[in-house]
Design a protein around this ligand. Structure first.
Ligand code: SF4
Ligand code: MG
Length: 335
């Protein structure tokens, strides 16, 4: 059986105008050859600093724009060149929850109508009684009182509004939900509630989540696997324990070093990267991370490392992993 979602060599390049005096147009390499899969019932988190291209990957998976090249495959069916009918089915099966529940809910619609809309659009209910029953069940699922369907979005708190967005996504009976910074705007305690809600719903319904986030503490709490992006490329993909326990890429190590540790004994030394993330208009040759990598050596400036599979389903794109563990600073440091 094919994975639920398969993304193959996805590229999204934007053309930008050639400057004030009419120079040559240039391209932004926002996503530059990204491949991954998401299984049924699985959470894959896509992490990285803002501007790394992770939201663009999410939007490409949602088919919110045409991709430059590559494939987006749902359940064995290619969606990047699908017919209108196939696309319609796809739009039901893949739903989204965005960061900002304020702007993503129509302020003039009551919650009841917000939830009934996808039910109608995708022809999921057999009668108006069925619509009402479904709306009621959705409110139960996200932990909101059924009477609240008569209210408007502004009458709810931020966390409650995000529950409404989740209910709206669920109304379509999706198999995959793309969560783009879905809890990032919420207060810490509310954040934990919404993350737990997403996990409960996932288990109950067997949903897959593509969880896009810059917040590694949240990711560590709720994900199965993690994919790390830097400047439009994946640098590491691994099961959670592997990635957090023995990162195989210097960029991942630096990101993890900034995550607060709950146990005082388990402190990681903070790694401060030099410089800023380079522009995706003209990314560095060789390894894109070499301008900031504390371990960069000559080969890194010339040859681009491929994402390669190591043991324990652990993928990494770094030349250091060609060395034996004892001579690899990434693995030697943890012994
Ligand atoms: Fe650093 Fe070289 Fe590995 Fe890139 S390939 S992450 S520059 S050591
Ligand atoms: Mg983003």
């Amino acid at each position: 059986k094919p994975p639920l979602l398969e993304v193959n060599d996805l590229k999204k390049h934007y053309r930008i105008a050639g400057g004030l005096f009419g120079g040559k147009p240039s391209f932004v390499y926002a996503v530059d050859g990204v491949s991954f899969t998401v299984d049924r019932g699985e959470t894959l988190s896509l992490v990285g600093e803002s501007g790394c291209g992770k939201s663009t990957v999410g939007r490409a998976v949602l088919r919110l724009f045409d991709i430059t090249s590559g494939q987006v495959v749902l359940d064995g069916q290619r969606m990047d060149d699908a017919s209108k009918d196939a696309l319609r089915a796809f739009r039901r099966r893949v739903q989204v929850v965005f960061q900002d529940p304020f702007s993503s809910l129509n302020p003039r619609m009551k919650v009841r109508d917000i939830l009934a809309e996808p039910i109608h659009n995708f022809g999921l209910a057999s009668s108006s009684a069925d619509v009402e029953a479904r709306v009621g069940k959705l409110m139960d699922l996200v932990g909101l009182p059924r009477e609240a369907v008569k209210r408007f979005p502004h009458e709810f708190s931020g966390g409650q509004r995000q529950r409404i967005c989740i209910a709206r996504a669920l109304a379509a009976e999706p198999e995959l939900i793309v969560c783009d910074e879905a809890v990032s705007a919420l207060d810490v305690s509310v954040k934990a509630q919404i993350v737990n809600l997403l996990q409960d719903i996932q288990r109950e319904l067997g949903l897959a989540l593509l969880f896009i986030s810059h917040d590694l503490a949240v990711v560590e709490h709720m994900t199965h696997r993690v994919a790390v992006m830097y400047l439009g490329k994946l640098v590491e993909v691994a099961p959670k324990r592997e990635l957090f326990g023995r990162p195989r890429h210097p960029y991942t190590q630096a990101l993890l070093s900034a995550v607060p540790q709950p146990e005082p004994g388990a402190k990681r030394e903070r790694i401060i990267l030099k410089g800023d993330v380079p522009s995706p208009v003209n990314p560095p040759k060789g390894c894109r991370f070499h301008t900031r990598c504390p371990y960069a050596f000559e080969r890194c400036t010339k040859e681009e490392p491929e994402l390669r599979l190591g043991d324990n389903e652990h993928w990494a794109a770094c030349h250091l992993n060609d060395r034996p563990d004892a001579e690899n600073p990434l693995t030697a440091a943890s012994h």
